[in-house]
Design a binder for this molecule. Structure first.
Ligand SMILES: [Zn+2]
Length: 170
């Protein structure tokens, strides 16, 4: 297998040495960074009672954000982010959702009215995307989780240097 490594500001990408295409099966990770190919799989998830069900297209290796802001700390809001087009809510689930907002109101903390579980939400950092809870994925489709830190206690400063906004772009 002929490969080459290309680095940008904070990623290492694996490319085929011959044609420079991204390798479809290889992943490179370190403590803070992960780059995967766009080899997406369909993950199926739900809340605890099952009234809220969804599918989401994402890599099998999930990049999960661990934020230290006030609400993420209290509810341990680990999530991976996808463009909104890759998230499909089951048509019967909408009526079972309710939404909590605070402060800027940009983040939409959606959760199940019955069991209280938040299986997905809209992050303030990615209002054009969806933050999905990896622990609410029911399918056997997640091969690895790579954690990244989001300094939500210093949100305005952190967002300026973070690449998180690209996660909800196609
Ligand atoms: Zn529920």
């Amino acid at each position: 297998m002929k490969i080459m490594f290309v680095s940008c500001n904070d990623h290492v990408c694996v490319l085929c040495r011959s044609c420079l295409c991204p390798m479809k099966i290889m992943f490179v990770s370190c403590n803070d960074h992960m780059t995967s190919s766009e080899n997406l799989v369909s993950h199926a998830g739900s809340c605890h009672c099952g009234n809220v069900k969804f599918t989401v297209l994402a890599p099998s290796i999930l990049e999960v954000w661990n934020c230290n802001c006030s609400i993420c700390t209290k509810k341990q809001n680990l999530h991976f982010i996808v463009p909104r087009s890759r998230f499909t809510l089951h048509p019967d689930s909408e009526e079972h959702l309710t939404t909590y907002t605070f402060n800027s109101g940009q983040a939409k903390h959606t959760f199940c009215k019955t069991c209280g579980v938040q299986s997905f939400y809209t992050p303030r950092s990615n209002t054009d995307g969806v933050g999905v809870m990896p622990h609410c994925i029911d399918s056997d489709t997640v091969t690895k989780v790579v954690y990244r830190k989001f300094d939500g206690q210093n949100w305005e400063q952190f967002i300026e240097t973070s690449d998180i906004r690209s996660r909800s772009k196609e």
